[in-house]
Structures are given as C-alpha cells and as structure tokens.
Design a binder for this molecule. Structure first.
Ligand code: PA5
Length: 462
C-alpha cells in the first residue's frame, strides 16, 4: 500500500513556529474527521452530491464495455487521439504517462505490442493542432472526443476541425473513427453522436470532470493502448476500503487533508507543492494541481459566507527542480508545504559504471541511478527540514496500474475531506464557468448577448 510519512512536519523536527504537534492535532480533530468520512460515505449514493466518483472502482459494467470496445478495435488503428480539456484530459494524460512505456509514441508497433500511439490535444494552440494533424494519418486514427457538458468550446472546435478532415478523407466511413464520451442524455455532443451514429461512452451523473479519471473518460483511452484497467480497479477498491476507516490514525487521506488544512489556516502556508521523484509521475502533478485548485479554491462557504479560501497548488519534479525551485523553497518565504512522491522500486535498475576515479564523480561509479534519485529525495527533505520547511512524503511501492490508481484515488478522497474541513462545495467550479461564459459571449454564441455587452465594456486589449 501507499504510505504517508509526516515526520518532517512535526514541531520536534522543524520547530514550533513552522511545525505541527501532529499526534495532538489528530487527537483534537479525530471526531470531526470521523464524522466527515462517515458523512461522505453516506452521501455518496445520493443524487446531486457529486460523489459518484467514490463508486467508480466498483463499476464493473463500464469496465466490461470499455474492454469489449478496446478488443473490438484492436489492430484497426495506428493512433488514438483524445480531444478534451481540464478534467476530460488530465487524468488520462497522468495515468497513461505513468503506465505506458516511456517514449511510447516513438516506439515501433512491435515494441508497442501493436497497440496504437496515444495523443492528447488539450489545448487550442493552432500551431500545435496543425502540427499534430500534419503528423498523424487521420484515416488510421481513432478519435475519442470527451466532454461532459458536450459544448466546451475548445474541445468542440477541435472536434469540428478533425471531423471535417476525416469526412473528406474517409467519406461516410469516418463515423467508425470517432467515439464520443459525454453525458448520457444532454448536451450537443450527445445529440450529434446520436445523429451521426458514433459509438458512445457515458460520463456518469454526479461525477465532475476532475474526479472522472476512473470513469470511461480515463479508462477508455487507457484500455485502447493496452493498460490493464482491471488492476486499476483493484487499486481503487483496496484504497477505498482503507479510506473508509474513520480513524484518522489509520487513514492517510484524512491525515494529509488535515495537515494541509492546518498549514493553510493556522500557519499561513498557503502553497502546496507536489513533487514526484519520478518522471513517469510528472503529469500526476498537473492532474493534482487541477484537482486541488478547482475543488478548494472557493469564494463562498457552504453557508454562503464570503471566504475566498484555497491553498495554491504548484507542480515540481524531482530531481529536476532541485536545480530550479529548491533554492526558493529553502531560503525564500516559508509559505509552502511540499509533498514528495517517492517510488520504492523502479522497473529498471540502472547501474552507473565505474569508469572514472576523479574525486568529484568517482563515488558515483558502482552505485545506481535508482539509489541516486532516492538519495536526492531523502537528502532534500532533510535540507528543507534544516531550513524549517515542512514536507510530506507519499511512498508508492511501484509505478504500476494498481499503485497509480491507489495514489490518484487517495488524492481524490484527500481533496473531498479537505473540502469538508474548509466547509465549501468541493465539486462546483463557478469561477471556471464565468470565464467559459465570457468566451461564449465573445465568440457570438446565441443567448450570451448580455454578457457580450458587459464584456465589451470591461475589456481592454493591447
Ligand atoms: O473539472 C472540471 O469540471 C473541468 O475541468 C472540466 O472537466 C472542463 O472544464 C471540461 O469540461 P467538459 O468535460 O464539459 O468539456
């Protein structure tokens, strides 16, 4: 199982100004935490609570349909192209980057076991889109367009471009190259998919984008490139069981949520850095940043009182960012909690040859890169502690489907518990909607005329 080490937030290690009396805090908050966990598990099946993501690990039906479709199209496509943004893309990117062989798209079909290459378009940079469409053969590409609302401008504009090209190249057959993942009933994409006869998958009710990685949103692209989604489900189920434990001393999601909450609200440490010591987990930080920011950054609390809460998440990568951000983290303002993710066992053991005996580098010979990366993680924590900076370490036994699923699910539950501690709605995103609406207004969408007027008055362009 994944482990949480909070030794380096303890006041005995980093002093009373910046440290916590962790065990005392756990004891003080144990009833509140137990009540939050019980309550989340009670509410999770109620419609409108946006907690259906807590049931995704048990959704055998989706897994079955996803696997069936993946098996059906096996060998038919050279590429899978995912069109989606935010929660419709970040989970798939994080998990595929973690679990596919590194440099997947550069491998030969044999090296990929004849699974397709995988591309995500999660932005609307015209140069990037043009570049990709000039690079891959759309005739040999399965496009998975993913949008829960069915009308997100970025995703739907990409879809319209790709569909147009495909139709020109493939005639009516293009329909077989598109699969849509969207709401089961509402939204333009649902309408279009039904009219056009695309194969569809459902974004379940009461699952928000940033909590959707273990629905068809994430599972379908993962299964299409051969990732073992049964192991993903096993990981979630086991973690879910562990996190049902209402005792904070035995619940790592609750511990980490409380520690972050206390640092933000009592110790003025409002920045939360996520720093995996693993390139394969690099995009877990992107996913976490969205999860933490959109879920916890809120203007009002559950009573409607203006609170403007939310820790600011920051992504970093070990060991790379030791040579960029760590200077600031050690010596700059003491306003951050830094979370390391440490991998206990890498897939490969990479020995450093004993070829030089210069004093400056000779000591490296005979050791392994594996030793070096974890030595760097361990020594950086101690250095940060010397500067009285709090760090948490999440240890993951291996970067495999089971453990990566556990990690992401743990972070989801941690976010939900933190939201309850802040007493806010973790699952809405009015701040995102506001910008979306202004974009619709600016692009001339019907029904947004009033917003367009307000916008013209307020907007300054350079
Ligand atoms: O987490 C969220 O809810 C958002 O990031 C959405 O996923 C994002 O805005 C894309 O929305 P949609 O899936 O409706 O296209």
């Amino acid at each position: 199982m994944i482990k949480l080490n909070y030794h380096y937030v303890d006041k005995d290690i980093i002093g009373k100004d910046h440290g916590l009396e962790v065990e005392k805090e756990f004891a003080k908050h144990k009833d509140k935490i137990a009540q939050i966990i019980t309550d989340l598990n009670k509410r999770k099946d109620k419609p409108g609570q946006w907690l259906q993501w807590m049931n995704l690990g048990y959704n055998e039906e989706t897994v079955w349909y996803v696997k069936e479709f993946a098996a059906m199209v096996r060998g038919r496509f050279d590429n899978v192209l995912v069109l989606g943004i935010g929660g419709s893309a970040l989970g798939g990117i994080a998990v595929s980057e973690a679990l596919l062989k590194p440099y997947w798209n550069l491998l030969t079909p044999e090296q990929r076991d004849n699974y397709p290459r995988l591309f995500f378009l999660d932005n609307i940079d015209p140069d990037q889109i043009t570049g990709l469409l000039n690079t891959i053969d759309l005739k040999r590409t399965l496009v998975n367009v993913i949008t829960k609302s069915g009308s997100t401008a970025e995703t739907m504009s990409q879809y319209m471009i790709v569909k147009d090209i495909m139709e020109k190249e493939l005639g009516d057959e293009y329909r077989k190259n598109i699969v849509a993942t969207t709401d089961k009933k509402v939204g333009v994409l649902r309408q279009l998919a039904d009219q056009e006869g695309y194969k569809t998958f459902v974004v379940p009710d009461d699952v928000g984008g940033r909590f959707s990685v273990f629905s068809a949103v994430g599972l379908l692209p993962l299964a299409l490139v051969g990732i073992n989604i049964d192991e993903i489900m096993n990981g979630i189920k086991d973690m879910d069981l562990a996190l049902k434990n209402t005792n904070i001393s035995e619940n790592i999601a609750a511990q980490n949520a409380l520690i972050h909450y206390l640092y933000d609200t009592k110790k003025n440490k409002r920045l939360s850095v996520m720093m995996p010591y693993s390139s394969r987990l690099k995009y877990v930080s992107d996913w976490y940043v969205q999860l933490w920011a959109e879920s916890l950054g809120k203007q009002v609390d559950n009573k409607g009182k203006e609170v403007h809460v939310g820790p600011t998440p920051i992504k970093a990568l070990g060991a790379t960012d030791q040579h960029s951000q760590i200077q600031l983290y050690n010596e700059g303002p003491n306003d951050k909690v830094i979370s390391f993710i440490r991998v206990e066992e890498f897939d490969n053991e990479l020995k450093i040859p004993e070829i030089f005996d210069y004093t400056g580098i000779g000591y490296l010979g005979g050791k392994s890169i594996n030793q070096l990366i974890n030595a760097e993680a361990d020594s950086t924590r101690v250095a940060l502690a010397d500067y009285k900076r709090p760090t948490i370490t999440i240890s993951i036994p291996k970067v495999d489907a089971y453990n990566v699923a556990q990690l992401l699910y743990m972070l989801e539950v941690q976010t939900a518990i933190a939201g309850e501690l802040y007493n806010i709605n973790t699952f809405n995103q009015p701040g995102v909607e506001q910008a979306k609406n202004y974009t619709y207004a600016l692009m001339g969408r019907a029904g947004y005329e009033e917003s367009a007027k307000t916008l013209q008055e307020k907007m300054v362009t350079v």
